[in-house]
Design a protein around this ligand. Sequence first.
Ligand code: ACM
Ligand code: ZN
Length: 554
Amino acid sequence: MKNLIKIRFSHRLIGLIFLIIIVSCIGSYIQMYVSKDSFGLVPLPMSLDVMEGTFKINSETVILTDNNSPRVQEIGFYLNEYLSSSYQLSLRIKDSNAEKTLAGTISLTLGNNMEGLGDEGYELIIHKNHVSLKANTPAGLFYGVQTIIQLLNPQANSIDGLCLPSLKIVDRPRYSWRGMHLDVCRHFFPKEFIKKYIDLIAMHKMNTFHWHLTEDQGWRIEIKKYPNLTEIGAWRKETLIGHSKEKPQKFDGIPHGGFYTQEEIREIVKYARERFVTIVPEIELPGHATAALAAYPEFSCTGGPFEVETTWGIKKDVYCPGMEETFTFLENVLTEVIDLFPAPYIHIGGDECPKDRWRECDHCQARIKQEGLKDEDELQSYFIKRIERFLSSKNKRLVGWDEILEGGLAPNSTVMSWRGIAGGIAASRKGHDVVMTPTSHCYFDYYQAKGGEPLAIGGFLPLKKVYSFEPTPVELEPEQAKHILGAQGNVWTEYIARPEHVEYMALPRMSAMAEVLWSPKEKRHFKDFQKRMRIHYRRLDQMDVNYHAPKKPV
Ligand code: ACM
Ligand code: ZN
């Protein structure tokens, strides 16, 4: 009898323990998905106050926009398009000037000098009966819409239907240059993937896409005046297999290539503009130019012939700055590029340019003498300064990798500091704008985990390290620190041949970089970020993104 009671008691105890475990699991599940303090928002907003209740979105909900502002109307259409494609819910869009009642509406309003919001901030108040989104600029409204989309997304399958939690968010970015780079030359990626990449940039409230369009291994942009750039320069006969350190070298024997027509580029620029993403095209000079020289060897020091490169690394044959014809060619190319990209910036590369050929070239040596230059470093500086003058004459600003510091910086140039942050510090001290992108924290082609990863170029850059990045060096005085525009993540693609692999390398490191660049420094905590990322991964799932997650092979 005693034993029977004991067994019954222990059954009850086990049952109770199970119940506690189940309840606490459900609790943490709910906590995870409807966490009242952040709703899994990435990047974390500047301030967020939760209120009671929810705003329900249904087919009666109306989006209010100002008919006098086409840009605001476009944002209304963008939100509606998102709702209809993701949730089969198509709302009415009405003119806020004609509509008297706010009940049941999501209103998008451009304010006038709303304090604390700056150029890209927004204020979002979700009441139980209406949603008010205000900003000083269309860009601010767009970021507010991104927040609305994120608030919807993790809860969209809840039994409550489509609803937004009542809250007040006041938000603005910490930096103005929030960028992602993509090398489409080492491997070519189709237009549709470029659009997806831009969507990912936009969903993270980033605003710059640095499009690396020319390289030794492929020229990817149609230039009408020089058709061989794409007829010859866009194609290589084969590609190295394995890491470039492996010897003997092996090749796949498969031709690789592709390029974007000007029409496709205009389409992508428009797509990016609708998402408040500025595209900064990169046309590499004086180095990383073999594909162009394979097409037009007359602009090299030796006259060629050359083939589009099939291996990675730094190549010796570069543009010849001794000949006027080289500058005419580059200016003609840049004229077409400028015509395609409305961005204020053109990136001209400037990195990793060996000077061997210049030392042996009569034209280059004559140029050095004639211009009173000290050496080949100053010849590179002469090259960049001439290009800068040309870009300035077209109202464009030059951006270049930090090698453009060598031999003297061109006036008005912006420096992208990649070999550490020293170049960025030096440039900002000289009064130049800087974008920080040191290999240590910003090279998303590096390994992100130990073991079991697909072949990568090398290095080790786990998510936590990206998250710990501080773009503004402590040693800068406040006046100098103002020149740090922001930072960006770089995706070089020597070892990345497919779009899913780009996604795997870029995400979630892009999410971490977005938070570094958007959220207040003092609010950033890696553990909290990881918690929010659990919700954010669901958003990436919804977009069919092949992100790197623990135990998720590419
Ligand atoms: C670079 O990674 N060569 C800018
Ligand atoms: Zn030369």
